[in-house]
Ligand binder design. Sequence first.
Ligand SMILES: NC(=O)c1ccc[n+]([C@@H]2O[C@H](COP(=O)([O-])OP(=O)(O)OC[C@H]3O[C@@H](n4cnc5c(N)ncnc54)[C@H](O)[C@@H]3O)[C@@H](O)[C@H]2O)c1
Ligand SMILES: [Zn+2]
Length: 365
Amino acid sequence: MERVEVKLGENSYTIFITNGEISKAGRFLRQYMRSPKVMIITDSTVNRLAGEKVKKSFLDEGLDVFVEEIPPGEKSKRLSVMESLFTAALEKRLDRDSVIVALGGGVVGDIAGFTAACYMRGIDYFQIPTTLLAQVDSSVGGKVAVNLPHAKNIIGAFHQPKSVFIDISVLKSLPEREFRAGLSEVIKYGIIWDWEFFEFLEKELDKIFFDFDEEKIIKAVKRSCEIKAHIVSKDEKEKGIRAILNFGHTIGHAVEAAGGYSRFRHGEAVAVGQYFEAKLAVFLGLVREDIVERIKAILIKAGLPIDFNGIDPEEVIRNIYYDKKIKREIPRFVLPKDYGMVDVFEIDHKTLEKFFDVVDRGKKI
Ligand SMILES: NC(=O)c1ccc[n+]([C@@H]2O[C@H](COP(=O)([O-])OP(=O)(O)OC[C@H]3O[C@@H](n4cnc5c(N)ncnc54)[C@H](O)[C@@H]3O)[C@@H](O)[C@H]2O)c1
Ligand SMILES: [Zn+2]
């Protein structure tokens, strides 16, 4: 069992990283509970795979637990689904001391966390993330949200979980494409913070992906959580350094939106974004060119896309201007400036157009 601490004063919490211990989740999480009532929110796929085990682990602790299931997929991350969760919570008499458990990927984590943030003005919740993306990224840091039809994560809150319980063995049933999408965020941590970790991934990616080497997966998940925890503890509400977690995301979100949120998985769009933002850094003379080659190579090795897949660069530029990070209408990019080091840069429209023009004509940058 590995532990990572997220240090946030009175909102601090522990991330437990285990291998094959999901049926002990209740035993670990019991210590953080003030009342016996537990509402597990999960999607139907994860419920089938792990719902019973997790429910039993709370029952075994003598707790009063029930499960609310939502359909899998991004479409569930909306207000009407939240309303049905509030109604279920109220009917089952959840009170201010009760807890919600988010059992699933980022979709479940985001909606369950936001439900916990709003119900009775905020109750406690735990994260039990079951996708690689959720284990290394979305379950940590307290950002919770739902979507409007044309705007992702536009209604949300910061609400930290009381604890995060990770079991890497659940990743065995994860579809290959989802696993690859999670790797995109893992690779990101190496680029923004820890080049040694990046080199570990360059070397061990095949063992992680093809061989399901448990030791190496634990290392990758733990290091990712450590880096995210460290950055979040310095800047919980994204007033400064937390923005660096958005490397690959300015172009990534623009590509994801242009694909109608269905062509690319989030991690795939972020892979495209990481590659093009690294290219942009070279274009601006911020960093040596070989960094792009290394980033390109590792993304390809992870089976991730590195091109727009037919999406018009003009549309990508347009979407960049809808980014939540934008200030005074000048888009902000997190760009590499050295190995394992990034910074935030404002890029004006002319420069952007010039860059995309070069990209579009396939010129060497
Ligand atoms: N809050 C944050 O900080 C943050 C960060 C990154 C992403 N996100 C959000 O996360 C969401 C994406 O999360 P995701 O990629 O985990 O997608 P997801 O939750 O949709 O899960 C992907 C699919 O995998 C299935 N699944 C989950 N666990 C499984 C398992 N162990 N075995 C087999 N199938 C399994 C799910 O049912 C689903 O069909 C997006 O909505 C994104 O906005 C939030
Ligand atoms: Zn992301």
